[in-house]
Design a protein around this ligand. Structure first.
Ligand code: BGC
Length: 815
């Protein structure tokens, strides 16, 4: 079993020690508006706000070898050419290391006594990335070499860029000024923005034409100019504009040269566009390069990246957790993944091309659950943006573009779980902040431009939508699909080119979802709590009535004997029932019925979890989505049955829904089971990386299950709802520090042998230092809660009323 690297927890880094990882191992740069994807070999690309509409550098997906485009440095020394990140030349290095840190990646490669370090990051609040480059002569002799930089520009609109060459080959334009290369394609017409790729040091040559630098029949692994040791000072007219600089260095023994490259996205704003015909006004670009030509500015920017992450993470830190995997995930990597999913939803990763899905309605609402403690203000705005893509009848655009914030008409709406997730995100925001004013914010409906309805109106519309759209069993109608995008019970698709999701008319359809019923219970209970918090007793009672009614329906209609039925198809036949030949039990209905409070008084909830344990779970990989997998395509079920058994929704281990079961176990005080399940999908706990293949520091959407021919193979890392929900599991359900409307609730559920742990939690302006002790070896139950020396009743820490900003909390388990 090969060793690809290790965690450096003290520095919050993952250290990759060989470049040929089983799959590209990705990191993200940036967390405001400028983003970069960066793999361990410097592969990836950059964009501003929207990976489809403002792509700055080009990336070819599904390539072979995988991951070929990026932020490359080439070294030419004598006859050898190499890259510090190994790719694209793949020349064997004497040493290689990539440190993926929080918002930065540091790649160091060494060959023949020359070491090149490339540190890449995006400074806070700036629309640019910096590559700080150090070249070191580690030998005892003077060394001469040439260093080349390389990026390939994208003509900003990524789909057009990769499909419409009859146009794009004639629109490319650049300008060059000293060491600054300006990419200004389409600037002459409607674009008011351009890209800059500059070097802070004097250069010895440049290229802007790909044909000149790389060559038409060469590749990035053997670019013509690098082989020749000389850039050609080419000017791109159409075709494929690139940015390449040449720097000749003579280094004394032990000498180091440090300088930087800057890749920026520049909006011209109100400045005049041109200085003269065809000559762009470059004032802003010049300012940027001037600023970062001072090494102190580069250092300060990098320090700011690190400081910002430390500040963000200080909101929740658990420094002494008895399990190393949970500790590092909850303190660092899980929160980093939550930042990525919040920012990018499901748009741009190694598996999402940035030109497909934008922000997902249900996805982004769930992402907020794991993000809201980091930057509540941004979560607030996101909730309002999402709500604005809802229609006045309660349906929602399933996706929207981040740049325009407009719903995506191709996919449309009628995914009937969508509206309810808004209730969860809004309640999570209010629990975190206590700020109920968000409910009064005006956010109109997408089909009524200028409408002045409030967020609370949207919440009520969402609840009403589920209540009013029910089928023959009085259960919620599913529409195109519920959380399981592939359960297409009204689709009946026969044509291979159709979309599973949007084929089939959902108007007048009858298929129902038990998962939505469970989600409704959860959302309604949340809303009851919120109304009580706001002192609106009558509304709380009204919504409680909806809850009771739905609960009755679930218990009467959805219990299958040993677990909850998943759905009823368009002909009202059960899906996920013992009466089915395949797909007898599904995970989502067990999870959401339990989470929503069904089966509490009649023992069914526990039975449902036990059924998951029996039919779906393995300790190596986690829980499969359903059992047994479908062996053939079912017209009446749709995409779920289209996948080969054991992959994706057809009984793959879909990490996202596993987390709901983890919460379920903690509801029953099963701390040992909860941790065991938690670790079964935890990337840090994966041992065989040749088998698992995906990054060990972030969750993958899916692992091939025990029902597949390749069990244990992780896929689709980074952009998955698992990020947010795992953070909820670890921070709130296991470690038990739960933001609630009136204060922090303490309710851990831990393995019996844990002796204790501590958590520092910043909450509504107060820092709580919480120590949990477990002298009696219990899993759950708070025996005593001592707040600043005073014993208090219950398990909710009241908010200080005397201005204290630091509170000490001692918790003893063992009720
Ligand atoms: C989608 C989610 C969906 C899940 C399960 C993911 O790819 O982003 O919205 O809930 O698949 O189908």
């Amino acid at each position: 079993m090969a060793n690809y690297g290790h965690f450096d927890d003290a520095h919050r880094e993952f250290v990759i020690s060989r470049p040929d990882t089983p799959l590209p191992w990705l990191n993200y740069l940036g967390q405001d508006e400028f983003f970069g994807l960066c793999t361990q070999t410097a592969g990836g690309y950059s964009f501003w706000k929207d990976a489809k509409l403002r792509r700055i550098t080009r990336y070819r997906y599904n390539n072979n070898p995988m991951d070929n485009d990026g932020r490359f440095l080439y070294v030419k020394q004598g006859n050898s050419i190499w890259n510090p990140g190994w790719k694209p030349t793949r020349t064997k290095l004497d040493a290689f290391e990539c440190r993926h840190g929080l918002g930065y990646s540091r790649i160091t490669g060494k060959k023949d006594g020359i070491e090149v370090e490339q540190l890449m990051f995006v400074p806070p609040q700036e629309n640019l990335e910096i590559w700080k480059v150090s070249v070191r002569n580690k030998t005892k002799k003077p060394q001469k070499l040439s260093l080349f930089s390389f990026v390939e520009f994208c003509s900003f609109e990524a789909l057009n860029d990769m499909t419409n060459y009859q146009r794009t080959y004639s629109i490319g334009e650049v300008e060059i000024e000293d060491s600054a290369i300006y990419h200004k394609t389409e600037y002459r017409e409607r674009r008011n923005h351009y890209a800059l790729f500059g070097c802070t040091r004097k250069i010895d040559g440049y290229d802007t034409s790909r044909d000149a630098f790389v060559g038409v029949h060469n590749g990035l692994h053997d670019p013509k100019a690098v082989l020749a040791g000389k850039c050609t000072n080419s000017h791109a007219y159409g075709w494929n504009p690139v940015g390449a600089h040449q720097i000749n260095l003579t280094l004394k023994p032990g000498q180091e040269e440090t300088f930087a490259f800057v890749l920026a996205y520049i909006d011209q704003g109100d400045l005049p566009k041109f200085d003269a015909p065809f000559v762009m006004n470059k004032v802003k670009g010049r300012e940027i390069l001037k600023k970062y030509s001072d090494p102190a500015a580069v250092e300060a920017a990098f320090t700011a990246v690190k400081a910002r992450w430390e500040e963000l993470l200080s909101t929740y830190q658990a420094p002494s957790v008895p399990n190393e995997h949970l500790q590092r995930m909850v303190n660092t990597w899980n929160q980093v993944q939550c930042m990525a999913t919040f920012n990018l939803s499901r748009s741009a990763s190694g598996y999402e091309t940035g030109i497909g899905r934008g922000m997902g309605y249900r996805d982004s609402n769930q992402d907020i659950l794991g993000f809201v403690h980091l930057l509540p203000e941004r979560a607030r705005q996101r909730i309002l943006d999402i709500a604005s893509t809802q229609l006045s009848d309660g349906t929602c655009f399933h996706q929207y573009q981040p740049l325009t914030k407009k719903g995506n008409a191709d996919i449309g709406g009628d995914f009937n779980d969508d509206p309810l997730w808004l209730v969860l995100s809004t309640c999570a925001y209010i629990r975190e902040t206590g700020d109920v004013t968000i409910l009064d914010e005006v956010c109109g409906y997408a089909d009524k431009p200028g409408s002045k309805d409030s967020l609370l109106h949207h919440i009520e519309t969402s609840i009403a939508y589920t209540l009013n759209n029910r089928g023959p069993h009085n259960l919620p109608l599913i529409g195109h699909a519920d959380w399981n995008d592939c359960l297409n019970l009204n689709c009946f698709s026969k044509e291979p080119n159709e979309s599973f999701q949007t084929t089939g008319d959902v108007k007048g359809s009858k298929a129902e979802s038990v998962m939505i019923a469970g989600l409704f219970l959860y959302a309604a209970r949340d809303l009851v709590g919120l109304y009580k918090f706001m002192g609106q007793a009558a509304d709380a009672t009204r919504v409680q009535g909806y809850y009771d009614d739905m609960l009755k329906t679930v218990e009467e209609q959805a219990w299958d004997g040993a677990w909850y039925t998943r759905a009823f198809d368009a002909d009202s036949n059960p899906v996920g029932s013992k009466s089915c030949k395949e797909g007898k039990i599904y995970i989502e209905s067990q999870a959401w019925c339990v989470l929503g409070g069904a089966g509490q008084t009649n023992g069914r909830a526990k039975k449902a979890l036990q059924a998951v344990d029996k039919y779906l779970y393995t300790p190596e990989h986690g829980c499969a989505l359903q059992y047994p997998p479908y062996s053939t395509y079912h017209l009446e079920l749709g995409e779920v049955s289209s996948y080969p058994p054991g992959y994706k929704e057809n009984a793959g281990v879909f990490s996202h829904n596993n987390t709901w079961i983890h919460i379920g176990w903690t509801m029953f005080g099963e701390g040992d089971k909860a941790l065991e399940y938690y670790l079964s999908i935890c990337p840090s706990a994966k041992k065989d990386h040749d088998k698992y293949r995906s990054e060990p520091y972030v969750y993958a959407q899916m692992t091939a299950s025990q029902f597949s021919p390749t069990p244990g193979e992780g896929k689709n890392s980074w952009l998955t709802g698992t990020g947010a929900w795992s953070f909820v599991v670890a921070s709130q359900s296991i470690l038990g520090v739960q933001p609630d409307f009136t204060g922090l609730r303490i309710d851990p559920c831990v393995p019996k042998k844990w002796k204790g742990f501590s958590v520092t939690r910043k909450f509504r302006g107060v820092t709580y230092s919480i120590t949990v002790k477990n002298p009696k070896g219990k899993s759950k139950g708070v025996k005593s809660l001592v707040v600043d020396g005073k014993k208090i009743a219950g398990n909710v820490i009241p908010l200080p009323t005397d201005g204290r900003t630091a509170v000490k909390v001692e918790v003893t388990l063992g009720a």
